[in-house]
Design a protein around this ligand. Structure first.
Ligand code: G1P
Length: 291
């Protein structure tokens, strides 16, 4: 069986769309309800066999390291005050085996992945883009779990996709499909953000991938385009050999790199909250009468 033990989370975007908050706060620390988005993503990796998570950050992102590190004074204080529940919440942030690497220059997704090479080598890895939250509940299978299972059965790289229409087609990587069996598609081509006319299908690549071994070497050989290394170029190479699979996913995806997506995530997580869910629902009902 193919095994996967490492995960890379590229989270080095400067978040200029969110200025001024991102002037001093790194974008991955923006909170949905009471938790930074980067913690939700590490939590997606619970229970899927990942032993080490490599987060790729921009220079000056010490608060992200601090978030996953020890906080002795705070812990002592919470225990002394009898706030065991809050102590447990704080401790949760330390349960991940996280390593950090800094992406000094913004040179594309492939450039970010290459930064993690010292920890990943040529091993297979899961890849979770820091701007997206994937949420599964009840009987839904978490997206990354599904991708890992497909990889374990086939040894091939797998990407998660969703259907998009109209102008949205040009916002994502786009795939052409060779065939499909039991919800698993074999990809034959990839285009990065094509125009509607060029698009190969309505299947857009979202930010969850499982990548087979040997890909770091391929990344090193990439030629930059517009000063960026395009991960899509390597995916296209895999697709040509029939080594790239794709699958839809269960649950919901939130684009927290976008202001409206970020607000939607906050509203929906608030509605699910035990603490403020009921109040939020009543508030929205009242508010909607005035809209
Ligand atoms: C990246 C990928 C793109 C993918 C998208 C998913 O683009 O290059 O193929 O569809 O993530 O969010 P970005 O959003 O970083 O421009």
């Amino acid at each position: 069986m193919y095994n996967i033990k490492k995960a890379i989370i590229p989270a080095a975007g400067l978040g200029t769309r969110f200025l001024p908050i991102t002037k001093a706060i790194p974008k991955p620390m923006l909170s949905v309800l009471d938790k930074p988005t980067i913690q939700y993503i590490t939590e997606e990796l619970t229970g899927v066999g990942i032993e080490e998570i490599i987060i790729v950050v921009s220079p000056g992102s010490d608060v992200i390291r601090n978030h996953f590190g020890k906080a002795d004074d705070l812990e002592r204080r919470l225990l002394a005050d009898g706030k065991k529940e809050l102590y447990d919440i704080e401790k949760e942030t330390q349960k991940f085996n996280v390593k950090f690497v800094v992406q000094e220059t913004a040179n594309g997704l492939a450039g970010a992945i290459l930064c993690a090479e010292q920890y990943v080598g040529n091993e297979p890895f899961a890849l979770l883009l820091g701007d997206e939250l994937l949420f599964a509940e009840g009987n839904e299978k978490p997206c990354i779990k599904r991708l890992i299972e497909i990889y374990q059965q086939t040894g091939k790289s797998v990407i998660a996709t969703m259907e998009v229409f109209g102008d949205d087609v040009s916002k994502y990587g786009n795939i052409g499909i060779r065939d499909e069996k039991d919800g698993v598609m074999t990809v034959d081509r990839i285009l990065e953000k094509p125009s509607i006319n060029e698009a190969l299908s309505n299947n857009a690549i979202i930010g969850r991938y499982v990548i087979q071994s040997g890909v770091m070497d391929k990344l090193k050989k990439l030629t930059p385009r517009k000063n960026e290394l395009y991960f899509t170029d390597v995916l296209d190479e895999l697709a040509e050999k029939g080594d790239l699979l794709a699958s839809g996913f269960e649950g919901k995806r939130y684009d927290v790199g976008d202001k409206f997506g970020y607000i939607k995530a906050n509203v929906e997580f608030a509605l699910r909250s035990k603490e403020i869910g009921e109040d939020t629902k009543n508030y929205i009902k009242e508010l909607s009468k005035k809209l």
